[in-house]
Ligand binder design. Structure first.
Ligand SMILES: C[S@@+](CC[C@H](N)C(=O)[O-])C[C@H]1O[C@@H](n2cnc3c(N)ncnc32)[C@H](O)[C@@H]1O
Length: 273
């Protein structure tokens, strides 16, 4: 991975950082697939759906699975990995599409989904055990192998909600403006982009993945910036491109999240204007 101006290499690089610095940005899809094919998905796998997202669904009507017209809302989870959040969302009544660049990842997610639908684990619901499942029934699950950044990967489909966890932080900072533009294209007007913002504890000068994201979502989605947060010593900033078509409706410090967030994760909900 070529160095980004203003972003110094820290000492003690992780396996993941070392893996990606060997390849150019245009080869990163292959680099992700290679990690899956060589059984290195332990580097990011959390083994269960997001507790913060579960709580938002169960406690806040903003994520009601049914529209005012009475149809199920369609949700996209890009870079869905093994599909934990995809399945949990479907168990809460949404029709969900999981998009993943790795064919092996998709096979694992399909198998997980089959088993989980037969006998869902308790971690799919919040501590009170409440979920919408009893009220609205289950939605559907579809897994698609494809590249989020390619227009044809989802056949022009639009979504009511998109959930991003460890997808934005997985891609190179120079792809962030494209991420914001693609998110806007994939959502209906009034659609929601829900982000579990991670990692917020990392030094903004550190390299990834996972790339540090302090202030990045706001810059991209609300201000229409390029999402590149330079250390304050860097004199110049890349001109603003893309994004900016969103307003933030929620910015919550979740009571429950993954240990890996070190107590700093934030859950944000942006509406597509
Ligand atoms: C850090 S992992 C997170 C996976 C999942 N969200 C989770 O929490 O387990 C990032 C995922 O994005 C996938 N990915 C990377 N680039 C992608 C792209 N352009 N389109 C679709 N998926 C991609 C990778 O294969 C990987 O599974």
């Amino acid at each position: 991975m070529a160095d980004t101006p203003g972003i110094p290499n820290p000492p003690g690089k992780t396996r993941l950082v070392q893996h990606f610095e060997k390849s150019e940005i245009e080869d990163h899809n292959e680099a992700w697939a290679n990690l899956w094919d060589t059984n290195n998905d332990d580097m990011w796998d959390r083994g269960r759906p997001s507790p913060a997202l579960i709580d938002l669904i169960e406690k806040d009507d903003i994520l009601n699975p049914i529209t005012a017209e009475g149809r199920r809302k369609k949700v996209l989870v890009p870079g869905c990995g093994k599909g934990y959040d995809v399945v949990m969302l479907a168990l809460h009544g949404f029709d969900v599409v999981g998009l993943e660049i790795s064919s092996k990842g998709i096979s694992i997610a399909e198998e997980y989904s089959r088993k989980e639908f037969l006998d869902p684990q308790t971690y799919n619901s919040g501590p009170s055990g409440s979920s919408n499942t009893g009220l609205v029934g289950r939605g559907s699950v579809t897994f698609i192998q494809g590249d989020f950044f390619k227009g044809d990967s989802l056949s022009g489909e639009k979504f009511d909600i998109i959930y991003d966890y460890t997808f934005l932080c997985a891609i190179h900072p120079r792809m962030r403006a494209q991420w914001a533009t693609r998110m806007a294209d994939l959502l209906i007007t009034g659609g929601l982009l829900v982000c579990l913002e991670f990692p917020l504890f990392k030094d903004p000068g550190a390299i990834g993945p996972p790339w540090p994201l302090q202030g990045v979502h706001w810059d991209l989605l609300v201000e229409g910036g390029d999402g590149i947060v330079y250390p304050s010593t860097t004199p110049e900033k890349v001109p603003r491109v893309g994004g900016g078509g969103f307003e933030r409706l929620r910015y919550i410090k979740p009571e429950r999240s993954y240990e890996s967030g070190r107590g700093t994760d934030m859950l944000s909900v942006y509406v597509r204007k």
